[in-house]
Design a protein around this ligand. Structure first.
Ligand code: AMP
Length: 173
């Protein structure tokens, strides 16, 4: 059954075919961000999922959601960025993409031992990014209590790469 929230979200995520490359159906969340009622409902829902010390946002669209969620949840915000963007000492994790690989980083001192962390991103696709982020945050000494996304693309089976991690999607398509 569709909830009011999922209906509101689905009506405000736009499909852009063949972006950024042919064959990809890009989920554009800008119409949702542009709607103050929908944006606030999404942030409130994500902020209420878990009691945590830190919210991790995944570059770049994850930042847009994770920062207000951290504020709402009275938690800290920690950015996970593409390699080379963070100024202080980092830990890194690499993962495979369809073509090539990617490396993400987090500041080595971003967490206190045992910090409870929720990882937030906009879209869960193949799960490679979220899986690498879970590994990175765990290696940095924190406890990952969950991964939360606005939208899960179920046909890409990203959830299967997150076994043992509480994975929550506000909408699943
Ligand atoms: P993946 O590692 O395959 O789960 O990809 C997740 C990351 O890529 C997220 O940070 C998303 O922002 C982005 N992403 C992947 N597929 C899409 C898509 N179809 N539409 C929008 N963003 C996507």
């Amino acid at each position: 059954m569709k909830t009011e929230l999922s209906t509101m979200i689905l009506a405000r995520i736009r499909d852009i075919p063949d972006y950024p490359q042919p064959g990809v159906l890009f989920k554009d969340i800008t119409p949702l961000l542009d709607d103050p009622v929908a944006f606030a409902a999404v942030v409130d829902e994500l902020a209420g999922l878990h009691q945590v010390d830190k919210i991790v946002g995944i570059e770049a669209r994850g930042f847009i959601l994770a920062a207000p969620v951290a504020y709402r949840a009275a938690a800290g915000f920690v950015p996970v960025r593409k390699k080379g963007k963070l100024p202080a000492a980092t830990l890194e994790a690499s993962y495979d993409l369809e073509y090539g690989s990617a490396t993400i980083e987090v500041h080595a001192d971003a967490f206190q031992p045992g910090d409870r962390v929720l990882i937030v991103d906009d879209v869960l696709a193949t799960g490679g990014t979220a899986e690498a982020t879970v590994e990175l945050v765990s290696r940095a000494g924190a406890e990952v209590v969950g991964v939360a996304v606005l939208m899960e693309l179920a046909f890409l089976k990203g959830r299967e790469r997150l076994t043992g991690v509480d994975t929550h999607a506000l909408v699943i398509v």
